[in-house]
Design a binder for this molecule. Structure first.
Ligand code: SF4
Length: 163
């Protein structure tokens, strides 16, 4: 027997619409276009067509079904965010290993709903300078490199857009 999609193409070429009903039956219309040969073809390939239509009707499996919050593996959104954060931290002068370590820490931080933030995530940081240092209460605009990756609660913090 020909593959189901070939049979469906043949029926469509004959002007017929082939659908699956909600109770998983085959619906072929309009009846006026059905010839005896086409009726026989449909009867002989009914099960094959139903299986094929069922398969293409099924939604694609969720790529995150084995990821957080179902398991500890990172889901797609977490991976995208991690990559963006690593990119930001590297652009801000952090080496790739430290940038990845911090981004990994932030995945756990976010899962724990921990409200601490790092200067490296803050839009007020430019090089070693903090433009909101008075609001932050740090006594001056310079932020020590050793402090930029430390999680803390800063009143001046402002997220970098999208992160
Ligand atoms: S505002 Fe706070 S978190 Fe942001 S760079 Fe300044 S000290 Fe760091």
């Amino acid at each position: 027997m020909a593959p189901a999609h070939h049979i469906a193409d043949l029926l469509r070429a004959a002007g017929l619409a082939v659908e699956l009903t909600s109770d998983r039956a085959l619906k072929v219309a309009p009846a006026s276009k059905l010839t005896p040969d086409l009726r026989e073809l449909i009867r002989a390939s009914k099960a094959t067509l139903i299986d094929w239509l069922t398969a293409i009707d099924e939604p694609a499996p969720d790529p995150d079904r084995w990821c957080w919050p179902h398991t500890t593996a990172m889901n797609t959104a977490e991976i995208d965010l991690l990559v963006s954060r690593v990119d930001l931290f590297v652009r801000r002068g952090t080496n790739v290993i430290d940038a990845t370590t911090l981004a990994d820490t932030l995945v756990i931080r976010d899962r724990d709903a921990d409200n601490r933030r790092a200067c490296l995530e803050c839009s007020n940081l430019s090089g070693p300078r903090c433009s909101a240092w008075r609001r932050a209460g740090i006594g001056g605009p310079m932020v020590s490199e050793s402090l930029t990756a430390i999680l803390q609660r800063c009143p001046g913090f402002s997220s970098v857009e999208g992160l």
